[in-house]
Design a protein around this ligand. Sequence first.
Ligand code: GLA
Length: 388
Amino acid sequence: MKNIACLCALLLSVSAFAQKFEGLAPTPPMGWNSWNTFALNVNEQLIKEIADALIKTGMQKAGYTYVVIDDGWEAMERDSLGNLRPDHLKFPNGLKAVSDFLHSKGFKFGIHNCAGSKTCAGYPGGRGHEFQDARSYASWGVDYLKYDWCNHGTANAQETYKTMGDALHTAGRPIVYSLCEWGNNQPWLWGDKIAHLWRTTGDITDCYDCQDVYAMGWKYILDKQAGLEKYSGPDHWNDPDMLEVGNRGLSLAESRAHFSLWCILAAPLMAGNDVRNMSNEIREILTNKDVIAIDQDPLGKQGYRFMEQPGKEIWVKELSNGEWGACFFNNGNARMEMRVHWDYLPFPKGTYQIRDIWQKKDLGNTNADFVGHIPSHDVLLLKLTPSK
Ligand code: GLA
């Protein structure tokens, strides 16, 4: 009797541990997601054109690997056996064909669903079907699952997301698991055991600082990241939502600042623009390898807000090999002069060589004070390298 009780206790404690595929996201995942530009208008042709454009524009080479189909890919009902299935008009050849196409071009395939009974747009959600759905995803060759939180009723977030995580693990195909719970239940406190990344806020939209019930501009999202840096790292990233870089409501400066700050945050970089039709300036922002290197630095440390004063902020990120990223951000409405006395900044003592990353210019070293001019809503992004 005693032995049986021991065994039961052991089994219970084992099943209480979440299972997760380790090592799938040593640096923040990069890719493209359909939602910010195409909303529910997704289909096979679009995904193929986007994949081709990612190759043609150099985005794939710059690191954008996951092509993620967000909400709207499903048929309105499961099949008679309860299986999820794609809308046959949007995806006439099924999702395995899309997945094979993406894999043949060197991409990884991502998909969206929801932990609730229905997705936010009313398509079938995963609640109660987790193990069955995970088997479908594995059979379609899915590499990345974004799992939303609409229509969850009274479900407990941690338990519900753990169930899907266990289902993915049981299905046996390594899949990056991206929680989209909007930060409601502080997923940064428990998400690392279950998933590779988790959203920290509600939805982003394509403006600097507008706000409505469901969505907000990137400045509001940025403010909500301050203090979360200690919860992020390799294989467990805070996700301040996908990129609006290149979308209508942002000026070029705002797109550049948004991208710079997301890289300082070690944010997952999911482009959300129509990469088939983007300007050269936007392509240059999204593919700047020195900026991306800050995001993807192998140390995996999220940067933090070191200083905030009316009109200006300084964000810093520790990088490998003793280097630092520093982002001076003008959040005011007028051009600003920024005077920097380097001793004031939090870097370990020593002299550093300064590189202006966007201007691709060396700016001397940190022995002298620095004066920069930053237009409204723009940034000065510097990399500091210890002098030899
Ligand atoms: C939620 C998510 C968005 C997007 C939509 C799709 O709002 O936060 O990122 O996936 O659902 O309906």
